[in-house]
Design a binder for this molecule. Structure first.
Ligand code: NAP
Ligand code: GCO
Length: 267
């Protein structure tokens, strides 16, 4: 039955940084597919706020504050989830930060902080969660990559370094764990309308024009666009997809660019 293929009934899903933006869209979509949703964040306030927002969507989430970069905090957090909810079947390493600083202006501490959250933390959380998946011979891991896993751009060197590394960490997790029936894939969103991109999307920022021109779909992505892709990678439908990055980008990575007005099909 096609519904069974995408059903997450009786599955426990953890979304790191899942209190808003892309993480919340993923939590909502997986929740609607039947998963028991656990949401992590570094801010207690955001966790409290998101509980009501999820509840308004009919999803009762289990929230837990821990810093994904802190191994002890992660171990404590995952142990609590395993005790209170159950072992994790679906892990979405979504938590992330970005610092937009030109290389020569960037402090090494800034670079290291982005690497810690966007690359080392997915390894910390996954190393804590994967053993129980391996024991069960079943598990889904989704690492939140980016089109910056394959592209650079001015001022995001730390972020692109992390997301590029996460693409290959995903491939290596696949190499080591696919034989235990774990599927480990990445999602590479293009430009999505969230608080993370608000500074380069709002207030007439010229970057908005660039995204609108370079994206064949002619729009910013919505967090739900990413949530839908996460449902595929969290479900049985993707059981033979492994080590890949699924780009959810409106075609931007397929597009070198075009001259405005060229090849327009008249209305
Ligand atoms: P966002 O709105 O900034 O959300 C990121 C979440 O991660 C926030 O809830 C944040 O918590 C949390 N977080 C940060 N550091 C953390 C830590 N140490 N421990 C636990 N949680 C932490 O970003 P978004 O746009 O939804 O993006 C979500 C993911 O998609 C990120 O990995 C991002 O790199 C990636 N992505 C985004 C886009 C895009 O266009 N938006 C495109 C490609 C990839 P606080 O807010 O409380 O600090
Ligand atoms: C930026 C944006 C991007 C997006 C995303 C694109 O400053 O270029 O924030 O990095 O967040 O990663 O895929």
């Amino acid at each position: 039955m096609i519904e069974e293929l995408f059903s997450l009934k009786n599955k426990v899903a953890l979304i790191t940084g899942g209190t808003h933006g892309i993480g919340m869209a993923i939590g909502t979509t997986l929740g609607k597919a039947g998963a028991r949703i656990c949401v992590n964040d570094i801010s207690e306030e955001r966790l409290d706020q998101c509980k009501n927002e999820y509840a308004d969507l009919g999803i009762d989430v289990f929230t837990l504050k821990f810093d994904v970069t802190d191994e002890m905090d992660v171990d404590k957090g995952i142990s609590t989830i395993e005790k209170e909810v159950g072992e994790i079947d679906i892990l979405v390493n979504n938590a992330g930060i970005i610092k937009r600083i030109p290389i020569l202006d960037m402090a090494i501490s800034d670079y290291k902080q982005v690497i810690d959250v966007d690359l080392v933390a997915p390894l910390i959380v996954t190393k804590r969660v994967a053993p129980s998946m391996i024991k069960k011979r079943e598990g889904k891991i989704i690492n939140m990559c980016s089109m910056m896993s394959v592209y650079g751009r001015n001022s995001v060197s730390a972020y692109a370094s992390a997301k590029g590394g996460l693409k290959l960490l995903t491939a290596n997790m696949c190499c080591e764990w696919a034989k235990y029936n774990l599927q480990i894939n990445g999602i590479g969103p293009g430009y999505i309308a969230t608080s993370q991109t608000a500074p380069i999307r709002e207030g007439g920022h010229p970057f908005n024009d660039l995204v609108m021109t370079r994206t064949p779909a002619g729009r910013w992505g919505e967090p739900e666009d990413v949530g839908n892709a996460a449902l595929f990678l969290a479900s049985k439908a993707s059981d033979f997809v492994n080590g890949q990055v699924l780009y959810v980008d409106g075609g931007i990575l397929a597009n070198f660019g075009y001259v405005k007005g060229e090849n327009e099909i008249p209305e």
